[in-house]
Design a protein around this ligand. Sequence first.
Ligand code: PMV
Length: 371
Amino acid sequence: MEAVGFIPSSQHLVQTNKTVTWASPSNIALVKYWGKYDPQIPANPSISFTLNHCNTKTSVTLVDQSMLSDTSTGAFSFEFSFEGAPKPDFHPKIASFFARVFDYLPFLKTYHLVINSENTFPHSSGIASSASAMAALSLCLLELSDEFPPNDQNVFSEAFYAKASFLARLGSGSAARSISGPLMQWGKTPGFKASQDLVAVPFNKVLAPIFKNFQDTILLVDKGEKVVSSTVGHGLMKDHPFAKARFQQAHDQLALLTEALVSGDMETFISVVESEALTLHAMMLTSSPYFILMKPGTLSIIEKIWNFRKNTALPVCFTLDAGANVHLLYPEMHKVQVLQFIENELVAYCQNGQYICDQVGSGSISHTVQP
Ligand code: PMV
């Protein structure tokens, strides 16, 4: 499908003063997206586990411009609150998202939006919330548009979720994967016919039972602001000396991982997932200018995980996002032992001893109160 296919053919009847609410989860990539072309087209395919507890919940109310004060220009406007307080710092990112989605949601142009958002995970925990935030906002806007109304059981169509992923992608690439779950693939790759650059699609194969309720414990090594943003990092892949080989590697690793996800081959799963995490950071180390997002604690934790795996033979592995925090991935059946290991050996490297226990989830949920 082409991007123009997401422009509605006719204007739908929208209800003024309607409030809609969606909760969208964060996600953790197993094969990493790093490098992009305009407009948010990934340079390589990626696949991620959708998380369950780390969510952004967003409500949007549609207000007719005529209801606003006399000073209103009648043009599109919005107000944004985060966890109950106005948050002007977030305005530029939201405004540029709106500028990108207007063509696909033309009804917006004559309205004022009141947006309220909150996260279930601690703010400034070093966990990127742009994926969950952009996904929840996109779902709210699309529900308000009434382009794909839910059926009598209040179930939304595949077309609704596909367009929500398309919109979310324009806010933050990885947000395309936060719409549904438990495993989402984004970016065209030869081994998977349904794969696309414009939207993320659910993994279309049966997952091996070992991945059911797969655990992700996020070790908060550093909760501070990143020294280099993802936007800058993606941009540095343009002239990166290893870009071509890296993009090809992502296709190859995705093919290997796909087989492991179906067969339950944990050895392959672990080697691909850890290789992807280290490759992502290797790209940062070899960018021009180079930069490092890992901290000493990140490396200490990785070493401890490798020792633990060697000593116990448990299928525990790590992945990293664009930051210093470590995601510890393991089957649910080993939860007790792994949590003990975290308490005994890893908590010492976490800022204020903090970590978040999450697991694979099934995607975004509507909280709209139906009249
Ligand atoms: O969605 P962005 O632009 O914040 O980029 C996310 C990039 C990584 O999180 C590092 C990898 C990924 O695939 O999620």
